[in-house]
Design a protein around this ligand. Structure first.
Ligand SMILES: *Cc1c(COP(=O)(O)O)cnc(C)c1O
Length: 404
């Protein structure tokens, strides 16, 4: 068997930067300001400037970057928050932790992002906020989100944890809604050396509230008008992220090239009866945190096993929709409630995707997947009717969608 192909190899990204990172870490150690040091302030400033958001407030994780804005808006018992069911758990966990009710919305089958028609149907008097998730790196329909939010006086927290640098109508995610939540978990496009997160925010007063909330609500020190958290981005993480941030655009570009090549090669090899390839809609872009295909005809797990057998990594994001998780059983959802979400959970498979992936590695993935599709087409039960038109390929210079 040839060399394994990993889903992701963080060392290939970090190794070339090691001297710079070590120097930045040594600097933090020398100054001894491990919490809220100059590296933190530098990073918040640089990050806000990168995204184009007025304010950026570092915190301990992407999960807390979702929790803190909900706290700043006093979301609690009796409040409802709209969010897609097809996302990482943290999007809903933040809502539930405050005693509020997550209202699970279905996704659009083409993009895996929130279906705004379904969201609109689920708005009640209790609805306070909407959390669009820019899943796999592709921006949700933010024009639609902002229109819906304005019509119903909801505030918008963008879950941009997978999507740093992605855009909608040319504006970066995290700079469109009232708040944006980002994660620096090592598998994200900008990964730290541990946990970390940041909240972007348009309003100066709210940014100040976020700063207090992440630090036990104290202001000045030992005086508390709010009950907050201990959720700071520590200086060591900030120092690493300061070194890595300037590369994030190049890395997204490399990811985009890999995605385009996957799509081109898979299309050339005629996999369309067996796979549905990712689709980027007009007016938005993706930074390709994941390259996620649908495997039709009930063959997803078989394809994953075939890849594993030849040493190729893959992952299922996410196998169980949130509305069907045991911890949300009390909310009363049942199988069949969110059909596109449930179908996605059965069909999705994410393939190796990281900027430093080599051509040879990608060829091995393409060969193995295409081979599986070729041999499977004869024995597979007739594929369920594709819900989705074949992809137009990677997102390049697509015209901006007209305002509705
Ligand atoms: C990673 C992720 C989070 C949580 O980030 P952490 O830093 O791991 O807490 C939230 N939402 C989405 C969509 C994510 O991918």
């Amino acid at each position: 068997m040839s060399q394994p192909v990993p889903m992701l190899d963080v060392n290939r990204q970090n190794d070339p930067l090691m001297a710079e990172i070590e120097a930045a870490l040594a600097d933090v150690i020398r100054t001894g300001t491990f919490i809220n040091g100059p590296a933190c302030r530098d990073f918040e400033e640089a990050f806000g400037a990168y995204v184009g958001a007025e304010h950026a407030v570092g915190c301990a994780s992407g999960s807390d970057a979702l929790l803190l804005p909900l706290m700043a808006e006093n979301i609690g018992p009796g409040d409802e928050v709209l969010l897609p069911s097809f996302t990482f758990f943290a999007t809903a966990g933040a809502v539930t932790r405050l005693g509020a009710t997550p209202v699970f919305v279905d996704i659009l089958p083409e993009t895996f992002n929130i279906d705004l028609e379904d969201a609109a149907r689920k708005i009640t008097k209790a609805t306070k906020a909407i959390i669009p998730v820019h899943l796999f790196g592709q921006s949700a329909d933010m024009r639609g989100v902002m229109d819906l939010a304005a019509a119903h006086k909801l505030f918008v927290i963008e879950d941009a944890c997978q999507a740093i640098g992605a855009t909608a109508s040319g504006i970066q995610v995290g700079a469109i809604g009232e708040y944006g939540a980002f994660s620096f978990y090592p598998t994200k496009n900008l990964g730290g050396f541990g946990d970390g997160g940041i909240v972007t925010c348009r309003d100066a007063e709210k940014a100040e509230v976020l700063r207090r909330l992440r630090n036990h609500g104290q202001h000045p020190r030992y005086y508390h008008h709010l009950v907050g958290l201990n959720s700071r981005l520590d200086s060591m993480q900030a120092a690493v992220l300061n070194v890595k941030l300037p590369y994030v655009t190049d890395w997204a570009e490399a990811r985009g090239e890999h995605a385009a090549r996957y799509t081109e090669e898979f299309s050339d090899r005629g996999v369309h009866g067996s796979l549905t390839l990712p689709h980027v809609t007009h007016g938005v872009s993706s930074v390709w945190n994941q390259y996620t295909v649908r495997v039709l005809g009930g063959q997803r797990d078989a394809l994953q096993q075939a890849l594993t057998a030849v040493g190729i990594g893959s992952a299922i994001y996410y196998p169980v929709p949130l509305h069907l998780q045991a911890c949300f059983a009390n909310l009363g959802y049942k199988r069949g409630d969110l059909v596109h979400t449930e179908r996605a959970a059965e069909e999705v498979l994410s393939l190796p995707m990281f900027p430093e992936m080599t051509c040879e590695e990608q060829d091995r993935v393409i060969d193995a997947v295409s081979e599986f599709c070729r041999s499977g087409q004869t024995k597979a039960t007739p594929a369920t009717m594709p819900l989705i038109a074949p992809t137009t390929g990677a997102n390049v210079d697509l015209p901006t969608r007209k305002a509705s």
